[in-house]
Design a protein around this ligand. Structure first.
Ligand code: OGA
Ligand code: MN
Length: 221
């Protein structure tokens, strides 16, 4: 193909989305995108989620590794880590891998790895206002949340609320409708999950930078 032809082709849909996310991260630090997941991927992830037996989900903890504590007053979701053993999980990891490469190329973030889990919030479950990472204490740099709930109605609750200003009560509400993708800087945005009236499914993930030192391998292998 000649150069002239190449420049006439519209960019692939993911490239447009990734460019929007990169631009938003640069300007405001957060990016909310309805209908962002490729439809085939959303369907596949939903089907996979329905196949995962309940006993593969365990109550989510707070903090990292040895520090992990369970506090049901803070979060009541159940999670299942995505390892890439299923085709759907692999496709999700490939897709977020493409986003990682795009963000590195355009924002020089040096994102090194990605971890993510399915989350199930039973009716009434919530996750109180929190930060995903504290400066200097974690290598989580960019948070990604994808939603997997078809036919979500306004009255169903379960919104993600992102607070652009720490300590302020003004937040941006995101309905957990299938295909919506929220991306934000993990150290900068407090956020919470409001209780829902229905079962609520999401994937939460984090792009991480490599903060290994000679004495500690982080992220763990
Ligand atoms: C998290 C989180 C948000 C959501 O798992 O840290 O904030 O909407 N999840 O599921
Ligand atoms: Mn969070």
């Amino acid at each position: 193909m000649t150069q002239a032809h190449a420049t006439l082709l519209p960019p692939a849909p993911d490239e447009q989305l990734f460019a929007t996310i990169a631009g938003d991260l640069l300007t405001t630090g957060y990016s909310i995108n309805p209908c962002a997941l490729p439809p085939g991927l959303a369907v596949e992830l939903l089907q996979q989620l329905r196949k995962v037996p309940d006993d593969q989900f365990s109550p989510a903890g707070i903090g990292r590794q040895q520090d992990k504590t369970l506090d049901r007053r803070i979060r009541k979701d159940e999670i299942c880590w995505i390892t890439g053993e299923s085709a759907a999980g692999r496709h999700w990891l490939d897709w977020t891998g493409d986003l990682r490469v795009f963000l590195n190329r355009h924002l020089m973030l040096g994102l090194f790895s990605f971890e993510s889990h399915f989350a199930h919030y039973a009716p009434g479950a919530f996750y109180r206002r929190h930060l995903d990472a504290f400066k200097g204490q974690s290598n989580r740099l960019v948070s990604v949340v994808a939603y997997l709930n078809p036919d979500w109605l306004a009255g169903d609750g379960g919104e993600l609320v992102i607070y652009p200003q720490a300590g302020s009560a003004d937040g941006i509400r995101v309905a957990p409708a299938v295909g919506t993708l929220a991306v934000f800087l993990s150290e900068d945005f407090e956020h919470e999950v409001l209780p829902a009236r229905r079962d609520r499914y999401s994937i939460a993930g984090w792009f991480r930078v490599n903060s290994s030192s000679a004495r500690r391998v982080d992220p763990p292998l």
